[in-house]
Unconditional design. Structure first.
Length: 558
């Protein structure tokens, strides 16, 4: 059972007859209330346009769709889209996304995603890590999913598709909403949204979104007799200033944190409390922190609009895991991962103009972007005192035995660690790209589009692993604490570049029916699998091509 309540200032005014119901109108013939859905505007081609004007497969979930389906989490939303599969793994950071069968498994690559996740056009997972993706969806204007390679519009890491979250912007109207949910499963959420005009005439407006949620979980751990808990809280501040009729500034900053147990699922489907092989012996606290900020300036010239956007994203995972998934204290893991990305983009969107000689109209879109993304990983695996009971009789190499010979109480009190295995790695991707497209309408119903992006990625990876513990080697007597670098420091650098063209033909037969042909390409640079593994192993770049024929229309009164 769940109790839900929301109080809206705007809705209260409308119910009292003090404000117009802008989304509601009277039907002239019947007098019944008729709802006008209006035109859905999207940015799948990096420019605002009606969804019916876009060649290619694009689906949109508006704010009304999210509220109507009571969707507040990323996994709930993505499962609503066709050809999008979403798997929520053992933790809140295991976001495994597949679009049209192309999988984006977290941690599988260190140089870019298969499916790009964007916040208002800014890439959130540039290194393939999904840590920066906030699982909660609040105060969004819409969510767009563009299927197929999006290399021209969005760049690298979108060979499967692109998902773009568009948050609501501040307006010059006073509005605030307070909502809460309480459930009998010991879960709940409190959220508050406020839009405040600070200066008149849109000179400065602010929008604040805050939330706090807790969930004691519905999947119990049979072996520990405890539920698997998750807590979330966060805040987002957005500022908008219309300085002149032509120049505007938008600033946004958000912070959120997720606390969760080391695993949120049962280890094995059929667990028995007396089964020592499939039991968790402990839970550890895990924490993910995310910070995102962006500053966007827009100036409208007579010939078009220039947009400059500077963004920064920083996410941190600090946690651990019962590495052996058993009732004994054999192996545990501590993990710290930080992903940091800074991006700068300039884009000019030209207004449509007439060509000479009755050749129709032409419009264009061009931009340049630079970004630097870096992921630091520090993984520490600890062998506990029960490691001697399991591994003692076996002939094992030095990086594994980690203190076996010193396990007979030589390390101090019971419960002390026999040894550890530490891996420190860094992955960095520097990207530079130039892109643009032309849209020609020789006659009004026909649109021909050609686009191209050139990108260059410099990929750098380094890694080092070290073992600590009481070990026996040819250079140290038994029982002497020794540090063994099991793998030396390694560093690799490589550069990748690619052209990702696109083209489309679209014909509008009627106002409500159009057909199109689309060709698009995508690219993901190669790199090195150095996160937690040695030696560093390179992998190749990936390319994708898409040929698509389709039509777009609406039926059954939209």
């Amino acid at each position: 059972m769940k109790l839900v309540s929301t109080v809206s200032y705007a809705a209260l005014l409308m119910s009292l007859g003090l404000a117009p119901m802008s989304a509601q109108a009277q039907d002239d013939d019947t007098g019944a209330e008729a709802f006008d859905l209006g035109t859905i505007v999207i940015t799948a081609r990096r420019t605002e346009e009606a969804i019916e004007d876009v060649p290619g497969s694009v689906v949109v979930a508006t704010d009304e769709d999210l509220k109507g389906a009571n969707i507040k989490r990323t996994d709930d939303l993505l499962l609503q889209f066709p050809n999008v599969n979403f798997t929520d793994g053992t933790t809140t950071t295991d976001l495994e996304i597949s679009i049209r069968g192309l999988s984006d498994v977290n941690g599988a690559a260190s140089t870019g995603p298969v499916n790009g996740i964007f916040l208002d056009g800014v890439l959130l997972n540039p290194t393939g890590s999904n840590l920066a993706i906030n699982p909660r969806l609040l105060d969004l204007e819409r969510v767009e999913v563009a299927f197929g390679p999006q290399g021209t519009a969005f760049g690298r890491g979108t060979i499967g598709g692109a998902i773009n979250y568009v948050p609501k912007k501040p307006t010059d109207e006073l509005e605030y909403t307070l909502g809460y949910e309480l459930g009998s499963r010991a879960d709940g959420e409190v959220r508050a949204i406020a839009n405040v005009p600070i200066l008149p005439d849109g000179k400065l407006s602010a929008r604040v979104v805050a939330f706090a949620a807790f969930d004691d979980g519905f999947v119990p751990s049979v072996t520990l007799d405890d539920d698997l808990e998750t807590d979330d809280y966060g805040v987002r501040l957005s500022l908008r200033s219309q300085l002149t009729d032509r120049f505007s500034l938008d600033f946004s900053a958000s912070f959120d944190q997720t606390d969760f147990d080391s695993t949120r699922t049962a280890t094995v489907a059929s667990i028995e409390a007396d089964d020592p092989i499939n039991e968790n012996s402990f839970f550890t606290d895990n924490q993910v922190e995310r910070f995102f900020s962006s500053l966007r300036g827009t100036y409208e010239f007579d010939a078009g609009t220039l947009t400059a956007n500077l963004s920064h994203a920083d996410s941190n995972l600090d946690g651990g895991l019962d590495g052996d998934f058993s009732s004994i204290d054999f192996l545990s893991s501590d993990l710290f991962t930080e992903t940091e990305s800074t991006a700068l983009e300039f884009r000019f969107e030209g207004n449509e103009f007439d060509l000479p000689g009755a050749l129709g109209t032409l419009s264009y879109n061009a931009g340049v972007s630079l970004s630097d993304s870096i992921t630091n990983t520090d993984s520490l695996s600890n062998v506990g005192p029960d490691g001697l009971l399991i591994l003692g009789p076996l002939p094992l190499p030095a990086p594994v035995i980690l203190g076996i010979l010193g396990g007979a109480g030589l390390l101090g009190p019971a419960g002390a660690e026999l040894g550890s295995f530490n891996v420190v790695s860094t992955n960095e991707v520097e990207n530079f790209s130039i892109y643009g497209d032309l849209r020609w309408k020789p006659i009004e119903p026909l649109e021909l589009t050609a686009g191209l992006r050139w990108s260059r990625d410099r990929v750098r990876a380094n890694s080092e692993s070290t073992s600590f513990g009481l070990v026996a080697t040819g250079f140290a007597p038994l029982g002497i604490p020794t540090v063994i670098p099991s793998e030396p420091f390694e560093e690799e650098t490589e550069t990748f570049s690619a052209f990702t063209p696109s083209a489309s033909v679209r014909y509008e037969w009627t106002d409500d029916f159009s057909t199109y042909f689309l060709f698009s390409t995508g690219f993901r640079p190669g790199g090195f699998t150095s996160a937690g593994t040695l030696p560093i192993t390179p992998f190749d770049e990936e390319r994708a091509k898409n040929f698509e024929i389709g039509f777009r229309s609406s039926f059954l009164e939209n």
